[in-house]
Design a protein around this ligand. Structure first.
Ligand code: E4P
Length: 218
C-alpha cells in the first residue's frame, strides 16, 4: 500500500519525505487556501515546489466544473511536471474529462467519491486513482472502511485497473483498516503516519534495553 500525504504544507511534506516512506502528495483547494496559497501564479509555483520535494504522484485539483475548462486547466497542470496527477471531481463533465485524459496518457485522481456506483463509473472512464472520502462518510455515521472493502471487491471481480486511494483518512487506525480493506493507497495527515510509530511497550522495552546496556557497560 502506498502512502501519500494529504497537505499543501511544504515542511510536513519534507518531513514525510525524509522518513523515506512517502509515495506522493494530495492537495485540494481547501488545503491550498489553508497554507495561504492564493492566485494562479502562486498556486502553480506551489505545485512545482511540491514536485521538487517528492518522487512522484502529486495530485493537483482543477477548479473548473465544465468539460472544456477541466481539459484546459488539467492539461496546463499536467504540463507543469510529469509527477502531476490531475484531480477531477466526480461529476458528469468530470467523468468525460477523465476519459479524455486517460486516452491522452495523463494520469487522473477522481475525487469526492462516496459510493460504489461512482467508483464503477470512474474506473470505466479510466481514472488512474479513485478517492473515496472515508472520514467524511464516518462523520455521517456511515462506515467509510466498508466502502473501501466494497470497491476493492468490485474492482477485483471486474478486473478494473483503477487504484483505490483512500482519502479523508483522519488517524492511524484508519490506515491499518484501509490496508486490511484492500486500499492501494492511503492519503493522510503527517500525524496519522507518525502515529503508526507509537506503542507504549516499544518505549518501555527500549528504555529497559538501554538501561541494561548502560548497567552492564558502566
Ligand atoms: C484528499 O484527496 C482529500 O481532498 C482529503 O483527504 C479530504 O480530507 P478531509 O475530509 O479531511 O477534508
Amino acid at each position: 500500500m502506498k502512502f501519500f500525504i494529504d497537505t499543501a504544507n511544504l515542511d510536513q511534506i519534507r518531513e514525510a519525505q525524509d522518513l523515506g516512506v512517502l509515495d506522493g502528495v494530495t492537495t485540494n483547494p481547501s488545503l491550498m487556501a489553508k497554507e495561504g496559497i492564493t492566485g494562479e501564479k502562486n498556486i502553480l509555483q506551489h505545485y512545482k515546489d511540491i514536485c521538487s520535494i517528492v518522487d512522484n504522484n502529486v495530485s493537483a485539483e482543477v477548479i473548473s466544473t465544465d468539460y472544456e475548462g477541466m481539459i484546459k486547466e488539467g492539461s496546463m497542470l499536467a504540463g507543469l511536471n510529469p509527477k502531476i496527477v490531475v484531480k477531477i471531481p466526480m461529476i458528469k463533465d468530470g467523468i468525460k474529462a477523465i476519459k479524455y485524459f486517460s486516452e491522452n496518457g495523463i494520469r487522473t485522481n477522481c475525487t469526492l467519491v462516496f459510493s460504489p456506483g461512482q467508483a464503477i463509473l470512474a474506473a470505466k472512464a479510466g481514472a488512474t486513482y479513485l478517492s473515496p472520502f472515508i472520514g467524511r462518510i464516518d462523520d455521517m455515521n456511515w462506515d467509510g472502511i466498508q466502502l473501501i472493502e466494497q470497491i476493492s471487491q468490485i474492482y477485483a471481480i471486474q478486473n478494473m485497473e483503477t487504484k483505490i486511494l483512500a482519502a479523508s483518512v483522519r488517524n492511524s487506525l484508519h490506515i491499518v483498516r484501509c490496508a486490511e480493506a484492500g486500499a492501494d493507497v492511503v492519503t493522510c495527515p503527517l500525524s496519522a503516519i507518525l502515529g503508526l510509530l507509537k506503542h507504549p511497550l516499544t518505549d518501555i522495552g527500549l528504555a529497559q534495553f538501554l538501561a541494561d546496556h548502560n548497567k552492564a557497560n558502566s
